[in-house]
Design a protein around this ligand. Structure first.
Ligand SMILES: [Fe+2]
Ligand SMILES: [Fe+2]
Length: 277
C-alpha cells in the first residue's frame, strides 16, 4: 500500500529581502532556468488538480479518493508558494506577465476542449516529469549550491511532495480505464509541451538580460555543464514511462522521502483528516 502523505503549509518568503537579479550562482541563465520552472508550476498544477477532481466521480476506491484529495491540497500549496516567488521575481525587474498570461490561455483552452481521460493522462505524465526533477534536486545536494536559500527550500519542499504523491494521478488514470495508447500519446504531448514551454520562457527571460542568439547558446552550454543537468538527460530519464508495465512506485523513493521529511515537519497541518476537493 502507498504510504500516507501529509499536507504542509509552509511560507518561504516571510523574509522579503529583495532577491538579487541573478539569485542562482550569480548566473543569469541558471536563474532564468529556475524562474521559468517556477512560472510553469501554478497554472500547470491547477490544471492537474482540475483533471483529477473531474475524474473523481468515476473513482470508487475510497483510499484512492483520499489520496487524490491530499494530492490536490499539496498541489494547491505549491501553486501558492510559487506565486509568492513571482512577487520577488517581479521586484528584480524581470517581466513575467506575458508568459503567465500565455500559460493561462493554454490551460483554459485545454480544460474546455480536452476530454477528462486525456487531461488525467497528461497529468500522470507531467507528474512523472516532476518526480524525475524532484529526485535530481533531492539526491544531488550540489545542484542547488549557490541558490537563494529561500528558493532552495521552496524547491526541496516541492520536490519532497512530488515524490510523496507521484503515483496518485497515475492510479486515477488506471482507475478510470485509460488505455495504453491514450496514456502514451498523452505523455508525448505532455513531455513535449513541458520542454518547449520551459525553453521558450527561459529564452524570454534571458533576452531581457540581452542574452540572444550565439551568446545565449554558449551560455546555455556553459551553464548546463556547470550543473551537469540538461533537457536531454531529463528526456532520457522520462523514457521508462513508455513501458506498458510502468508504474511510478517501481522507483522506490521511501528512504529519500524519510530522510527529507524532518526538514519540513513543522509545516504539517494534517494527515488525511480534511476534505479538500
Ligand atoms: Fe507540485
Ligand atoms: Fe505533483
Amino acid at each position: 500500500m502507498t504510504p500516507a502523505f501529509p499536507v504542509r503549509t509552509p511560507s518561504f518568503f516571510d523574509d522579503d529581502t529583495p532577491l538579487p537579479r541573478h539569485w542562482f550562482r550569480n548566473n543569469g541563465y541558471l536563474t532564468h532556468r529556475v524562474s521559468s520552472l517556477s512560472l510553469l508550476f501554478p497554472r500547470g498544477e491547477e490544471f492537474f488538480v482540475r483533471a483529477v477532481r473531474d475524474a473523481l466521480p468515476l473513482v470508487t476506491d475510497p483510499e484512492l479518493r483520499r489520496r487524490a484529495q491530499v494530492f490536490a491540497a499539496q498541489e494547491g500549496q505549491h501553486g501558492r508558494a510559487h506565486t509568492a516567488h513571482f512577487e520577488l521575481l517581479r521586484a528584480t525587474g524581470v517581466e513575467i506577465g506575458l508568459p503567465i498570461r500565455k500559460l493561462e490561455r493554454r490551460a483554459a483552452w485545454a480544460e474546455a476542449n480536452v476530454s477528462i481521460p486525456v487531461r488525467v493522462a497528461i497529468t500522470a505524465a507531467a507528474e512523472h516529469v516532476t518526480a524525475v526533477l524532484a529526485r535530481e534536486v533531492l539526491t544531488r545536494e550540489e545542484l542547488l549550491y549557490g541558490i537563494d536559500p529561500r528558493v532552495g527550500r521552496l524547491l526541496r519542499w516541492h520536490a519532497l511532495e512530488e515524490l510523496e504523491h507521484k503515483s496518485v494521478a497515475f492510479d486515477v488514470m488506471n482507475a478510470i480505464g485509460v488505455s495504453y495508447a491514450v496514456r502514451a500519446s498523452s505523455a508525448l504531448v505532455a513531455f513535449a509541451s513541458i520542454i518547449i514551454r520551459w525553453n521558450l520562457i527561459t529564452n524570454y527571460l534571458c533576452q531581457q538580460d540581452g542574452l540572444n542568439g550565439a551568446a545565449l547558446r554558449s551560455e546555455r552550454l556553459r551553464s548546463i555543464a556547470s550543473v551537469d543537468f540538461s533537457i536531454s538527460s531529463l528526456t532520457r530519464k522520462c523514457a521508462p514511462y513508455f513501458a506498458p508495465s510502468f508504474h511510478p512506485n517501481q522507483d522506490n523513493d521511501d528512504l529519500l522521502i524519510a530522510r527529507i521529511r524532518p526538514e519540513f515537519a513543522a509545516y504539517v497541518v494534517n494527515k488525511f483528516d480534511r476534505q479538500f476537493i
